[in-house]
Design a protein around this ligand. Sequence first.
Ligand code: 5AD
Ligand code: SF4
Length: 476
Amino acid sequence: MVRFVSAPMGHSIDVRLDALTSALPCAAGAPATKTIAGCASGQTFYIETFGCQMNVHDSEKVAGVLLGRGYRQVETPEAAHLVLYNTCSIREKAAQKVFSRLGQFKAGQDAGKLIGVLGCVAQQEGEQIFERAPWVSLVCGSASYRKLPELLAELEGGNRRVTGLETDTDETFETEMTRRDHPFRAYLTIIEGCDKACAYCVVPFTRGPERSRPSPSVLEEVRQLADAGYSEVQLLGQTVNSYRDPSPRRMSFAELLVAVAGVAGIRRVRFTTSHPRDFHAEIVEAIDAVPALCDHVHLPVQSGSSRVLRAMQRTYTREEYLEKIALIRAARRPVSVTTDIIVGFPGETEEDFEETLSLLELAQYDGAFSFKFSPRPNTPALALADPIPEEEKGRRLAILQERQRQIQTARNETLIGQTFEVLVDGQSRKEGQWAGRTSSNRVLNFTSSRENLLGNYVQVRVTRAGPNSLVGEHVI
Ligand code: 5AD
Ligand code: SF4
């Protein structure tokens, strides 16, 4: 079964990059992987990705670099000469996964294989990975991907301890070729790293400082994607709306959104993740003015208590956050809002937690990703006193998720009877059953008597609603 990835930054979803392409035929017009004439090395690689869309897209670019060097992608680690894990360390559980993967290799049986750890765990653990798993040959954080060709050349030359661990870079990772794995939605990083300093978060440490891509380079890539048949693009960044155009054009984020939406052939533009501090009316005005800008904003709040927000170093209060929500709710068309919430941050009292619950009622989110606080290395929160017991974190999380489930059910039920345009991106084994996404990023499962709908935009009337998805029928 294919699972499409649609979670915002940092949500641990395992994605096997090979899964999408092997399960779905390349849609009409979507670019197939280029075949490299005269395969230089004849080597094969396997890459598995953990974590956020940013990682998923980084893996696409890494795969592009490898394909450009004559490597061929295979679908299992067993079949590969080079095995890469692109890792996530946002919460402890995610970080542990890579070590369980690495533990599966056996000295004798896997001799001759090259194993690499990329991404946030690589940056966080550094050379210690060689000690924990001596069969690893490459450890490379995302801020060093620019150097990948050199690092690969070292590996190919026989060096068995290759590292790329600098984060003090002002460069972004752009590649001549990107192997895109989602057949209908193209990801595009516009800003890398993070300059905020949220007390719980490893990202500023693992991904380095914010670096924005020049707007002409972003727009050129969007034009190429449109030419290749993509009609939906998703602009990525840990704090995507903190984008600062380094080119002389000095486009604001909202101006860039409008320019991307204006590229011929582009029908849908998404962006994630927005930071509340840099979320301004200009973005909502752009959404209102340009139908191709999707009606969805992911705006992580993290807590509903101003006291906890201050301890988290989030740079806004509950009231200031709610003003941003009011801006979005005042848009001329309904814009769905989703969020991220952490429960059990050190020192969070029952009253603080109640404030988060009351914020849920006020904000009326269309979706929320919620997590128990997980202490991470190299983060300021590690030094905070008053940890909340795991059991209590679990209790708060369950209450919050149940409350949010009720809100989502009620909100989705109001959509019954309405018709939405969906981009069809999934097909069930059962005949006549399809899945797509609305502009508001809701999953809509529907029936249709038509064939070959994958990759098409169709009108679907909602007949039923659950907390996490809608059911409907194709309006022909
Ligand atoms: N513990 C729990 N959740 C975290 N997140 C980030 N760091 C942590 C942590 N240490 C959550 C935040 C963020 C999302 C990507 O992951 O909610 O928005
Ligand atoms: Fe982490 Fe905060 Fe930066 Fe998001 S804004 S990546 S939560 S430090």
